[in-house]
Design a binder for this molecule. Structure first.
Ligand SMILES: [Zn+2]
Length: 305
């Protein structure tokens, strides 16, 4: 009699689990540091995943405050995806606080999406604080380059498959479909920027090196003479002279940069400011990876025309 009761309880539990699975409670819980990886994981994981990003697209990804709701997500996460190259080193404190052994550094549920990419701007000398916010491992803003999507999505598929090996084929199939769309879009992006190839631009912060290199545009100067530190008047005066000499027509800025300052410098140099967000969601309503590259390419092509 007791056995039978136990069996019934067991069956009820199995049914409960099945029901939970059917209504989505058993989706893989993924947390990413920046929204670009959220967008990519959604492409690869489809309805098998439930993804949230610690940073919002309109935020400065160098410096993010972790909300308590996201700490809770980290605590229950199956997989945690970071940009790496110290862009999101701030997430370490949150991960420590989350007390989730599955996602600590070195655990199966931890993914560094930068693995295998060719890193640009690696400092050739020792980095110290007087140089400003220089990224000691090299430039971490690679997610803006759609040409790196094959490597980055491979890292994501590997990570997802470590925690859900039975879904590897599904993830890979979704990845291939996504990469086919990126390849198709690459033709349109390359065409849109082809007429302005070789154009010289000035940037606020060195966020765009991978993106500019991909499409053959040349960064000749920065508003910040030292990354992350407000520029000196001497530097700005010299920059304006240089922009006039080299006929620079565009200054690329992030939504959170000092737009007034950028506007003033652009005006003095006879150039214009174009807001190019480096992350998905940086412009309201632009919520997919391909959509965000579309936006950036079009905005830049238009400004340079
Ligand atoms: Zn940076």
């Amino acid at each position: 009699m007791r056995h039978r009761a136990a069996a019934l309880v067991g069956a009820a539990m199995v049914l409960g689990l099945l029901a939970a699975g059917a209504d989505g409670a058993h989706k893989l819980r993924v947390v990413t540091t920046i929204p670009d990886f959220k967008a990519l994981v959604e492409e690869i994981g489809g309805d098998q995943v439930d993804v949230e990003s610690l940073a919002r697209g309109s935020q400065n990804a160098h410096d993010v405050e972790i909300r308590p709701s996201l700490m809770l997500r980290l605590r229950r996460a199956d997989l945690f995806i970071e940009n790496g190259l110290e862009l999101d080193a701030w997430s370490d404190t949150a991960v420590q606080g989350a007390n989730n052994p599955k996602i600590v550094r070195g655990a199966v549920g931890r993914v560094d999406a930068s693995r295998g990419i060719q890193v640009l701007d690696v400092p050739s000398t020792r980095v110290d604080r007087s140089m400003g916010d220089v990224h000691p491992l090299g430039n971490p803003h690679y997610s803006l380059d759609p040409g790196l999507a094959p490597i980055v999505t491979q890292n994501l598929v590997d990570g997802l498959s470590r925690v859900a090996p039975e879904l590897r084929a599904t993830f890979e199939k979704n990845r291939q479909a996504f990469l086919a769309r990126v390849e198709e879009a690459m033709v349109r992006w390359t065409n849109a920027l082809a007429p302005v190839k070789g154009a010289k631009v000035v940037v606020y912060h060195p966020d765009y090196v991978y993106f500019l290199a991909r499409f053959g545009l040349i960064q000749v100067g920065m508003l910040e003479d030292r990354p992350g530190i407000p520029p000196s008047p001497q530097h700005l005066a010299q920059l304006v002279r240089q922009m006039k000499d080299e006929r620079v027509r565009v200054v690329l800025v992030q939504p959170w940069n000092d737009l007034k300052l950028a506007q003033r410098i652009a005006e003095e140099a006879g150039a214009k400011v174009v807001v190019i967000p480096t992350m998905v969601g940086g412009i309201k309503g632009v919520d997919t990876y391909i959509g965000s590259i579309d936006y950036n390419v079009n905005a830049l092509a238009q400004a340079l025309r």
